[in-house]
Design a protein around this ligand. Structure first.
Ligand code: 4AZ
Length: 203
């Protein structure tokens, strides 16, 4: 959630025409969203240059809700990165979701989180199958695999913590987009680089 009315996700998580479903705010248990506040979806936008199913470029979408989201407890908007915000190689960031806990594993009931490291762009594009990854995406994970986002985590956040003098602020640096399998050596997760879309988000 980036404001009272707007939720950010992956383009591949937003249907093009159907505007239905709900936004649950504050839920942690997928099969029991009673603790969550429910909001009706007002509109959905996917990036006009989202080019599924070829390259997964511009995998970003926005969903708006009909009523202003009430901020309370853990229900708070995340900061957006400045267009020049850059987290260097090996920075530990965090991704969260209800996706598979391993490639051949199960869908968890409780929201999961895992720390993943930012890859240097060349270290990613030199990997087999990652040559087409543009500067509008970020690779994160570990060279030897082990920890990663997985199927069902798409559209979720990759947050990184700003350093002094902005200590404490977590920014939405990426959006879970794709990868080959999950936590495989040499196959990091690919995240949409949110800072590359500041203008589109603002518009
Ligand atoms: C998916 O299908 C998916 N290992 C998300 C992230 C990754 C792979 C697949 C990254 O939602």
């Amino acid at each position: 959630m980036i404001s009272n009315y707007w939720v950010i996700t992956a383009a591949h998580c937003t249907p093009t025409s159907l505007e239905r479903g709900h936004i649950f705010a504050g839920g942690h248990i997928l099969r029991d969203m009673r603790e969550a506040d429910t909001y009706i979806i007002n509109s959905m936008y996917r990036h006009p240059k989202w080019n599924h199913p070829d390259l997964f470029d511009n995998d970003i979408g926005l969903v708006s809700v009909k009523k202003s989201i009430i901020m309370r407890g853990s229900v708070l908007p995340v900061c957006l990165p400045h267009a020049k915000t850059c987290f260097k190689e090996q920075t530990q960031c965090v991704t969260t979701g209800w996706g598979l806990t391993s490639e051949r594993g199960e869908f968890p009931d409780k929201l999961q989180e895992v720390a993943v490291e930012i890859f240097k762009k060349d270290d990613c594009t030199n990997l087999a199958g990652y040559g087409h990854v543009k500067d509008t995406a970020i690779c994160a994970g570990y060279h030897d695999g082990r920890k990663d986002a997985c199927s069902g985590d798409s559209g979720g956040p990759l947050v990184c913590r700003l350093e002094a003098p902005y200590t404490g602020a977590w920014v939405l640096y990426g959006i879970v987009s794709w990868g080959y399998g999950c936590a495989r050596p040499g196959n990091p997760g690919v995240y949409t680089s949110v800072k590359s879309y500041s203008d589109w988000i603002e518009k």
